[in-house]
Write a protein that binds this ligand. Sequence first.
Ligand code: PMP
Ligand code: GLN
Length: 385
Amino acid sequence: MTQPYLTSRLQGFGTTIFAEMSALAVATGAINLGQGFPDTDGPAEVADAAIAAIRAGHNQYPPGLGIPELRHAISQHQQHWYDLTFDPDTEVLVTAGATEAMAAALIALCEPGDEVVMFEPYYDAYAAAIAIAGAHRRVVTLRAPDWTFDTHDLERAITDRTRAIVLNSPHNPTGKVFDRAELEAIAKVAIERDLVVITDEVYEHLTYDDAQHIPMATLPGMRDRTVTISSAGKTFSFTGWKIGWACASPELLAAVRTAKQFLTYVNGAPFQHAIVTALGLPDSYFSEFAADLGERRDLLADGLRDAGFEVFDSRGTYFLTVDIRSIGQADGLAFCRDLPRRCGVVAVPSSVFYDDTEAGRSLVRFTFCKQRSVLTEAVHRLQAR
Ligand code: PMP
Ligand code: GLN
């Protein structure tokens, strides 16, 4: 072969930082505060529902859109929490996690050479999906400590080739929850420039203090130009089940579905049944889970501050960010590669979420979706560093 096997579109993507850091955690026996996955299972009745679904024979391909019971449950969830009405038969699509929904939306909507605008730091899968679609990304940088953006930067990022804006709120890795004024600014640009907004809302129920998740689709004029994506993984602590969904107008959803049906076609038949049970849990499940995670965020944030780190406020998600210049370091990647052996803790360098690597060079992400005893031990290790 004279040419590399990997297409030029995917050159540079390599192995995800999560795989690299989780492998390092296993190799060194370090506490893994890198990859965001809980170290306890979700509700027992949801696990029981999955087992019951397997025993009941729900083991063959489900319908292409997802089982009707789950599409109804997703539609009811949107109505109940956000007063958003989606027809379960034409406006809801079950996917293999939010990741597939995002990839299908980008592949469906973008011509080669089109541009997609998103905010950095950004979840790494967006950049890869945009590349797979043959499109190009343009980024608008969120600035610490509040991770605000300059509306002029957003306007400047839009060109005649812009097709879509990708928005993730609550936001990984910063824990930012976009407020109404920010969403209105994005919506204004989307409407003026006739763009689709693709939203990743997988942390919709994981907000803390007085932060409130506002779906972009609830803003005036946005419902029919938004693809709203979420998934069950984070809300119910079953990240390995990979049941996600997209909600959109019939025309937009049909486009996303066309791409999705040739990616996985369908997935997770018994788990689809179990997520019907999950979405039917009482409101108290959602509020208690968020309150508990909020306490764990405090435990980690306070411990990191005591260890000398500058910790930025996180108001949502599984994650918080520190600036390691506060402890006399500058390079997050070197710091994270060294930390497991030196200190027995794994974290993720935020620079991998930036195109402007200088902007993220000294930032490091920690997850707090772990048991209190694990967080306490990690904090002790970091304080003794
Ligand atoms: N979006 C964001 C912002 C994430 O942090 C993650 C990580 N799990 C995902 C999507 C992936 O979601 P899923 O597992 O449902 O594909
Ligand atoms: N979303 C998780 C995180 O940000 C990881 C998912 C993955 O490994 N791709 O840590």
